[in-house]
Design a protein around this ligand. Structure first.
Ligand SMILES: O=C(CO)[C@H](O)[C@H](O)COP(=O)(O)O
Length: 260
């Protein structure tokens, strides 16, 4: 099999293509955000257009909503759906218990709400994002703009009392201005290197006034689909401990990308 996609995009496509096989007719589907999730939206759109699959999608960002509409997926709000059958999203890191760091793309708040409202949460990824212990990727923390510098100082004080190696916190920027999320908030990235107790870290961060949510997803993800650049795909399920392997045809991936 050949494709003009880069090896990393091929791996993302392979994971996305396998993951959308879990979507069934009539399902309400949470649509993640990021470059891997974008492949999933394209692959799901292909099933909608070519198989007549009927799904309603709840996007986790304005970017994803726009792409979903472009590829023919019916878009509804979470309030319309109330509860979802499945969510498929990317991640910045995952560990052996399928706990995650998310929010590299700045959509962690909607992503966590949508994933938590889903019967099944699937993460799609390439193998490079697997870690023994979370924390190599900077942990995003969404904070309200009011008094963000005070909130940042409180976060730094809290880090000093926890089992972490690094304690540097930086405001995420978009050029010269602070990055603004879809909900009008800012993001503080925590450069920790290693999070010894992710569950505790998540709970403690969310107790700080001004913090809206953090990017640790604990006990939320059910399955991880890992795509490889040669077309191999692995599916791990944390609930039943299963591990399956297969292959995905990726020669047509580029067309899907260019068409939409
Ligand atoms: O959490 C996210 C966005 O908030 C993304 O899922 C995460 O950043 C992974 O992105 P990509 O697939 O582009 O590597």
């Amino acid at each position: 099999m050949t494709s003009n996609l880069s090896p990393i995009d091929t791996a993302k496509f392979v994971a996305a293509k396998r993951a959308v096989e879990f979507v069934e007719d009539g399902m309400r589907v949470g649509l993640g955000t990021g470059s891997t999730a974008a492949w999933m939206v394209r692959c799901l759109g292909e099933r909608v257009r070519e198989e007549g699959l009927k799904v309603s999608g709840v996007p986790t960002s304005t970017r994803t909503a726009e792409l979903a509409r472009q590829v023919g997926i019916k878009v509804i709000s979470l309030d319309d759906a109330r509860w979802l059958d499945i969510t498929i999203d990317g991640a910045d890191e995952f560990d052996g218990d399928l706990n995650l760091i998310k929010g590299g793309g700045g959509a962690l708040l909607q992503e966590k709400i949508v994933a938590t409202a889903s019967d099944l949460m699937i993460v799609i990824t390439d193998p490079s994002k697997k870690v023994d212990t979370l924390g190599r990727f900077p942990l995003p923390v969404e904070v309200i703009p009011f008094g963000w510098q005070t909130t940042k100082a409180l976060v730094e004080e809290t880090l000093a009392s926890l089992d972490v190696l690094g304690q540097q916190a930086s405001l995420r920027m978009n050029g010269e201005a602070p990055f603004v999320t879809d909900e009008g908030n800012h993001i503080i990235d925590l450069h920790l290197q290693r999070i010894g107790n992710a569950r505790q870290m998540s709970m403690v961060l969310n107790q700080i006034p001004g913090v809206v949510e953090n990017g640790l997803f604990i006990d939320i993800c059910d399955k991880v689909v890992i795509g490889h650049q040669d077309g191999r795909v692995e599916v791990e399920d944390i609930n039943d401990g299963s591990h399956e392997e297969g292959t995905i045809e990726f020669a047509d991936a580029e067309n899907l990308f260019l068409d939409i």
